[in-house]
Design a binder for this molecule. Structure first.
Ligand code: HEM
Length: 131
């Protein structure tokens, strides 16, 4: 009798091992990263729609930049950035920062696209000041 009980116990134990379920992460719950495509073309009209401190886009030397989250951090103050929101900041940027590494590197971080009819290969924040 004991043998039979032992046998039943082993069988139940083995059957239990196979009942483990694998945990699957549903595909729709997977984290999705927002990727910004810096080759996205924007028209000057689209840039013009973002002309305030709370929503500030500018174009500089063919690139389009969203400076909204950075205006208050500009070492040269809010004013100069405010004045180029919604428009083309190439002249002012080149005059003040042409040839300076740090402002150009900072600018790259905020690029969201290119001005329509400008290919991404033509965008050059380091270009010479406009004459
Ligand atoms: C829109 C893009 C701009 C970016 C990314 C930018 C970035 C910077 C950075 C990184 C600095 C610090 C420089 C350093 O410590 O070496 C700076 C300083 C300054 N910026 Fe800008 N800037 C921009 C536009 C402008 C404009 C349009 C003006 C005025 C026309 C301006 C005027 C200044 C001034 C007066 C300073 C402080 C003095 C200096 O360090 O040269 N900035 N900017």
């Amino acid at each position: 009798m004991k043998k039979i009980i032992g046998l039943v116990a082993v069988v139940l134990l083995l059957a239990g091992c196979g009942s483990e379920k694998s945990v699957e992460v549903p595909v729709d719950k997977a984290p999705v990263e927002k990727v910004i495509d810096t080759t996205t073309p924007y028209s000057t009209d689209e840039v013009m729609k973002h002309a305030t401190n709370e929503d500030c886009w500018t174009s500089i030397n063919g690139g389009v930049y969203n400076l909204t989250n950075w205006i208050a951090q500009h070492p040269g103050g809010v004013g100069p950035i405010q004045s180029i929101c919604g428009g083309d900041g190439s002249g002012m940027f080149n005059m003040q920062h042409g040839g300076m590494g740090t402002p150009q590197d900072t600018l790259k971080v905020f690029q969201i696209g290119v001005l329509e009819s400008t290919s991404s290969a033509e965008v050059d924040p380091a270009s010479d000041p406009v004459e």
